[in-house]
Design a binder for this molecule. Sequence first.
Ligand SMILES: NC(=O)c1ccc[n+]([C@@H]2O[C@H](COP(=O)([O-])OP(=O)(O)OC[C@H]3O[C@@H](n4cnc5c(N)ncnc54)[C@H](OP(=O)(O)O)[C@@H]3O)[C@@H](O)[C@H]2O)c1
Length: 314
Amino acid sequence: MIGAGAVGLAVGQALAGVGAQVVFAIRRGSDAAWRRHGILRTGALGESRSAPDDFAVCDGISALRGHFDAILVCTKTFASAEVCRALAEVWPQLAGPRRVVLFHNGWGSADVFRAAFGVESVFSARVITGFVRKAPHWVDVTVHADAIHVGSLFGADPSTLAWLAAALSSGGLPCAPAKDIARDLLAKLLYNCALNPLGALRGVPYGVLGESAATRAVMDAVLDEVFDVLGANGLSTHWARAEDYRRVFYDELLPATAEHESSMLQDLRAGRETEIESLSGAVERLGQDVGVETPVNAALAALVRAARSGPSDG
Ligand SMILES: NC(=O)c1ccc[n+]([C@@H]2O[C@H](COP(=O)([O-])OP(=O)(O)OC[C@H]3O[C@@H](n4cnc5c(N)ncnc54)[C@H](OP(=O)(O)O)[C@@H]3O)[C@@H](O)[C@H]2O)c1
């Protein structure tokens, strides 16, 4: 496990709970107090606990050694280049299939890892379960919309991860291999691009964004742009047209998560880096690649960058 935050601890706990040999590579020097308490998962998928002896912790990616069936990357997307570099350095010291599975929101990080490890080694997971870290050793599952899906954006056979999906499911986190993970990830990109930046800039939960014509107009424009950009890039999601998705978005998805605040809002409040470059920023770049303008996504990306910048940014 690379990244022992909300997602990493929950996923690692589920695997350790069914007897997998789990190693958490934490950031070097980081005080992982949870390693002395074990890991507790509570919430929508039930309660489960792993004792400190059930998993191992190593100090930094560079300290990893041994045989790994899979390397699950559960960091934020902005750490991808750094994590990829560190993993590439230690790669020759590792044995086994070493399938790299990215538990990432947004779009683009798989290309970073593919460039280093090749199309057969890099897989993606689509997560639409909500994990909140209530204490250093305690992750709460706040919402569970569907099983985690794992698959390849580069044509590799997802059934090579059937063992991982089965282990996670047995450990209490439903998971299934998916043939077309791109559609799943892009469906989540639509939802995140409409809600996260605007919710973060307004400082409100998602439900409030659906209440006014002004915010709905911004979200409508975001969704139109994402559909235009996906079409021009030869990509598609589960809906053929923006208006089809909008119906599901406003009638089902938004009401179901009305109380939810985006992690981007929490990151801005705490002065932390956000994942905007993998969401609106990724849409902007995909548009630039094919000459499609995305003024609303670009403006949201610029505003989120500006909202985080401090005097030291000049
Ligand atoms: N939380 C959710 O409900 C949820 C749901 C779906 C998808 N996701 C996606 O899942 C990904 C992870 O999210 P999260 O909520 O788990 O984030 P998080 O709680 O912030 O955890 C990220 C972890 O990565 C660690 N990290 C960063 N750089 C590292 C490095 N170089 N080496 C080792 N560890 C490193 C951080 O360590 P430090 O503690 O030392 O900073 C932190 O523990 C994101 O892409 C997110 O969008 C999250």
